[in-house]
Design a protein. Structure first.
Length: 171
């Protein structure tokens, strides 16, 4: 549990590095989304560990949980990258989704107007950029946390290619 927690914090920090680094440009790329997807998968594993009502995790249960974690990490990273690509290609849009790539390319706080200036347009653009980055972090982590995101993207891809195939024979 300690290793999962430590790895979770490291992957979260790596995913939001352009935001927290002093020379970061606030632009979350496809790599950052993949790492945020891994963060979501590790968060799901930590939640599973929390919900287990065992005084000690045995060898059999531990192996099963470890195998599930490895699968979740791979699925989480790919899901986040696919979601990034779907947003970038404008297959998904709406107020709840960020604009890809996130903006601005320079530091948001460096563009703030001086105290004497009153620039509503600049502040609105900066607010939109901050909101865009926040939505990117949310969706990056959530794509790894919830398998439903991958299922919805699969359904979106299938319906865009035509009618989804049904399991039974209908006449």
């Amino acid at each position: 549990m300690y290793w999962v927690t430590a790895t979770l914090l490291v992957t979260l920090l790596a995913g939001i590095l352009p935001i927290v680094h002093s020379e970061g440009n606030w632009n979350l790329t496809i790599l950052h989304w993949g790492v945020l997807g891994i963060t979501g998968a590790l968060l799901a594993t930590l939640l599973q560990l929390h919900n287990l009502d065992l005084p000690e995790l045995g060898e059999t249960e531990g192996k099963i949980l470890f195998q599930g974690t490895v699968r979740s990490v791979a699925i989480g990273a790919v899901s986040a990258v696919l979601l990034y690509a779907a947003l970038w290609g404008e297959a998904l849009d709406g107020k709840i989704f960020p604009d890809i790539p996130t903006r601005p390319a320079t530091d948001v706080y460096a563009q703030l107007p001086d105290k004497g200036e009153s620039s509503g347009g600049t502040l609105n653009a900066q607010w939109e950029a901050l909101k865009n980055v926040g939505l990117s972090v949310f969706w990056g982590v959530f794509a790894g946390l919830s398998p439903a995101v991958l299922q919805r993207m699969t359904r979106l891809a299938e319906t865009s290619l035509g009618e989804p195939k049904s399991g039974g024979d209908e006449e």
